[in-house]
Design a protein around this ligand. Structure first.
Ligand SMILES: NC(=O)C1=CN([C@@H]2O[C@H](COP(=O)(O)OP(=O)(O)OC[C@H]3O[C@@H](n4cnc5c(N)ncnc54)[C@H](O)[C@@H]3O)[C@@H](O)[C@H]2O)[C@@H](O)CC1
Ligand SMILES: [K+]
Length: 499
């Protein structure tokens, strides 16, 4: 599903209004959707609407009137003087036939539900003074909160908390999600997110051309590789994972097994000779080859069928690791660079980016976590509230010429062409030792099958998150690969692919 920035959402509104739907009709639908959600959340008891001066407050007035019409006990607390409201919000307030309560936290009382209609997409500065105090009182009240569009205090485009934010149990947003519904910290304030249709036609997206999507199967349905009945293992690619030395071989084995599970036809572990025995003893379907240096690695890659590589897990931070990366890049192999392969370029990331850009046709994915990201992108790593994770990763992809995947509970994947996906399906227990190695292997498995980097990374992240949910709490990295078949089955079912 596409995700719209607040600016893109305003455009969607404007295009709809220009096509003949009055803005007030959109507000009526929005308010009614909020009332609907409120009815679902609490079947009885009083409801308090906290309304701001803008259209978010307008939605709140419509919801209040609708709920009162349905026989609910409703009161409205308003941030400003009622007769100072303007435009659609003033119209909406006219539909509320009862008094409004002054903007005093005491007025909240102890209702069954609070509807937060203080600030939405129009929040443009940190919250201070009376609104700050009210947000504090809402959060301290202990009553469930239904947020209109966004929890007040959350910046819709960046997901940042601007001073303070309402903690909602549920958020009703309109037409499409906004980045803040997926990015941290915003997502944690939203509770469940419900997307309501308010009469904006999907066709407006043809004009807006949004570049961001939630990382769901529909985002890469048509890139997903399905093994053909007449295919054979060589048609599904051959991934190579570079192993670390004797003391650190496990990470590469995790990646190798994951690449095989993800569907690569064959997987070879390129192992230092002195680690051959330990690697071979721990592997069965994955093949092992002795590779001690970049020259031997280049020889291995002389076989054109070996089409995708993983370098980084357990590789060691060294000039040797850099040379392996350059070898794979000059050999034009699809490539996942993770962990030590990224850190090895910390001093001179531009050398890496030049090499990536110089080789054409190949697909490169960089998979840093928040600790590794600044080693390559020091000037775009600053987390100031005006710059979202989405923007940072997009900038990194553009600079490096690679698909960049910045890991986290809100993993963002961006392509140098500006497209991006945001994942929200990873459970907290996925943050465990070795999980990143498995992810790089899964992505390589899809690269080996000929999937382009952006889609391979997005598919990999989704399957990785689903595998963690499938395995459940107590997960260790080894479990991820073992539950991948169950995740494949669910995906095949969803796509209607027979198996
Ligand atoms: N036609 C439309 O554009 C539609 C808009 N809708 C609603 O309209 C909302 C956006 O409305 P608006 O653009 O009027 O914006 P908001 O209602 O979110 O808030 C804007 C008002 O808050 C003030 N403000 C911003 N930050 C503040 C701060 N930190 N402290 C105090 N005051 C602050 C602004 O000066 C402005 O007066 C959406 O979130 C959605 O709920 C829906 O009704 C659907 C249709
Ligand atoms: K709100």
């Amino acid at each position: 599903m596409d995700v719209l920035t607040t600016t893109e959402m305003e455009r969607a509104d404007r295009l709809t209004i220009a096509a003949g739907t009055p803005g007030f009709a959109l507000m009526m639908s929005a308010g009614q959707a909020v009332a609907e959600a409120a009815m679902d959340l609490v079947e009885e008891g009083p409801i308090v609407v906290v309304a701001g001066r803008g259209n978010n407050g307008g939605d709140g007035f419509v919801a209040a009137a609708e709920l009162a019409a349905r026989g609910r006990e409703v009161s409205v607390i308003l941030l400003c003087e009622r007769d100072s409201l303007q435009g659609d919000a003033a119209l909406a307030a006219k539909g509320w036939k009862y008094p409004v309560l002054p903007f005093n936290p005491q007025a909240l009382g102890k209702p069954a539900l609070i509807i937060d209609a203080l600030f939405g997409a129009g929040l443009n500065r940190p919250v201070k003074g009376d609104p700050l105090e009210m947000i504090g009182a809402i959060n301290a009240n202990g009553t469930p909160v239904l947020a209109v569009d966004l929890p007040s205090g959350i910046n819709g485009t960046t997901g940042a908390v601007m001073g303070a934010a309402v903690q909602a149990a549920e958020t009703v947003t309109f037409f499409r999600k906004k980045p803040a519904h997926l990015l941290l910290p915003g997502r944690m304030y939203c509770g469940r997110v419900r997307v309501a249709d308010i009469g904006i036609a999907a066709q407006v997206l043809d004009e807006i051309k949004p570049l961001t999507a939630e990382n769901l199967p529909e985002a890469w349905r048509w890139s997903f590789p399905v093994p053909r009945i007449d295919g054979h293992k060589y048609a599904r690619g051959h991934a190579v994972v570079v192993s670390g030395d004797l003391a650190s071989t496990g990470a590469a084995r995790l990646a190798a097994r994951a690449a095989l599970r993800a569907g690569a036809g064959l997987v070879t572990l390129a192992s230092p000779r002195d680690a051959l025995a330990v690697n071979a003893a721990a592997l069965t379907a994955v093949m092992v080859r002795a590779v001690d240096n970049p020259i031997q690695f280049a020889e291995l890659l002389g076989d054109k069928r070996l089409n995708a590589c993983v370098i980084g897990p357990g590789a060691g931070v060294s000039a040797r690791t850099r040379d392996f990366v350059h070898t794979a890049l000059s050999a034009q192999r699809h490539l996942v660079l993770d962990a030590d392969a990224l850190t090895s370029f910390a001093g001179a990331p531009d050398r890496l980016f030049e090499a990536i850009k110089a080789s054409d046709g190949q697909q490169v994915v960089l998979t840093p976590h928040e600790g590794e990201f600044p080693r390559l992108f020091s000037d775009i790593s600053n987390k100031h509230p005006g710059r979202s994770k989405l923007e940072r990763v997009r900038a990194a992809a553009e600079r490096s010429g690679a698909v960049v995947l910045l890991k986290g509970a809100d993993t963002v994947i961006a392509s140098p062409d500006g497209r991006a996906t945001v994942a929200a399906n990873a459970p907290p227990w996925l943050a465990t030792a070795g999980a990143g190695d498995v992810l790089s292997g899964i992505i390589a498995g899809f690269l080996a099958q000929g999937v382009a980097a952006f889609e391979a990374a997005s598919i990999g992240v989704w399957m990785h998150g689903e595998s963690a949910s499938e395995a459940g709490p107590g997960l260790i990295a080894e479990d991820l690969t073992e539950v991948l078949p169950a995740v494949f089955r669910r995906l095949y079912d969803e796509f209607g692919i027979e198996y």
